[in-house]
Design a binder for this molecule. Structure first.
Ligand SMILES: [Zn+2]
Length: 343
């Protein structure tokens, strides 16, 4: 098969479009012929080596993908050749106590497709049959692939970990990233009032089009936690979605007493100082999560397929142009998900 892979970690030029043996579906696995893959920041960290994770080289990046079943391994009875599917990139072992309890994103032997296991920048990928979900007829594969990782992550954080309830208020720190645009929509669907802090008119317009009720432009007003306080009549918000990290001090200030701070990432850097008086003094909870469970995936993709949640799409590149696609993501020029067309 053709694949976009790298033999050593480094800059964009390590990516090569070349031949790689087509994987065989093992026991309990399906072989997916990929039609589309979607990019995530983890693809950049894996390629550059900044995540510090050891890889078996050559490595094929890519967590998100959708396509058709092209082969089934032993003991797989639910799938047939030609079924259209979207991939859940969370690879739990399926056997440990966390997996058996339905908390497969807490698996002790957890892997992310495309991070430690060869991923979707290829014509084919072999994955467990329990990691694919049927795409309804007429629903675009590209939309499904673009929605998968970000909506899955945002759903687990806001609904499962965050316990978001109707009539609560949510502040999303960042207007345009994939998880943030998913969070805005999920919070609205859950019946919350949504505040978004972002930089620049274009990104905030996008947030507004997704249902955000209040927009704060941090390029105009750097002290956004004060703006939130003013907008909420000095109460603060019930929930803050902060996947930036270094913005925690402002998020603590923007939270109401008893507020929850949700985090699934650290796009602004992993280490920073916090004043813990804000945490105990305001009865705050900081709730971390990573990805989501199989049950979350089925639930949130069902809402995507029903049109209640929609991925924001940026550019589509052919797989042969994955370097340009990653460069586009690296520069932060995108407004929504970048995808790759395969085959
Ligand atoms: Zn497990």
């Amino acid at each position: 098969m053709k694949a976009m892979l790298f033999n050593e970690q480094g800059g964009l030029d390590v990516l090569q479009y070349t031949e790689f043996p087509t994987p065989e579906p093992g026991e309990g696995q399906v072989l997916v012929k990929l039609e589309t893959a979607a990019l995530n920041r983890v693809d950049l960290w894996t390629r550059s080596g900044s995540s510090g994770i050891k890889l078996e080289l050559p490595h094929i990046p890519g967590a998100d993908g959708a396509g058709t079943i092209a082969g089934v391994g032993e003991f797989v009875s639910d799938w047939k050749i030609g079924d259209r599917v979207v991939i859940n990139s969370n690879l739990g072992c399926g056997k440990c106590s966390a997996c058996v309890a339905g908390q497969d994103n807490r698996c002790r032997n957890w892997h992310l497709l495309g991070e430690t296991v060869r991923g979707t920048y290829a014509e084919y990928v072999a994955i467990p049959a329990t990691n694919v979900l049927k795409i309804p007829d007429g629903f675009e594969a590209r939309q499904a692939a673009a929605a998968a990782l970000v909506f899955h992550t945002a759903w687990h954080s806001l609904i499962v970990r965050g316990g978001l309830r109707p009539a609560e208020s949510v502040l999303v720190v960042g207007a345009s990233g994939g998880v943030n645009t998913a969070s805005i929509q999920i919070a609205k669907l859950a019946g919350a009032t949504v505040y978004v802090v972002g930089s620049g008119t274009e990104k905030l317009k996008l947030a507004e089009s997704l249902g955000a009720d209040y927009l704060i432009d941090r390029s105009q007003d750097e002290n956004w936690s004060k703006a939130v306080y003013t907008l909420t009549e000095k109460r603060g918000v019930d929930v803050v979605v902060d996947n930036v990290g270094i913005t925690f001090p402002s998020s603590f200030r923007a939270a109401a007493r008893g507020g929850r701070i949700l985090t699934v990432g650290n796009s602004g850097g992993p280490k920073f100082e916090i004043d813990n008086r804000q945490i105990f003094g305001k009865h705050l909870s900081v709730l971390g999560s990573s990805m989501g469970t199989q049950a979350d995936f089925a639930t949130v993709m069902g809402l995507v397929f029903a049109g209640k949640l929609r991925p924001v799409l940026d550019k589509d590149f052919p797989l042969t142009d994955a370097r340009r696609a990653q460069e586009h993501l690296e520069k932060g020029e995108q407004l929504g998900k970048i995808t790759l067309s395969i085959g």
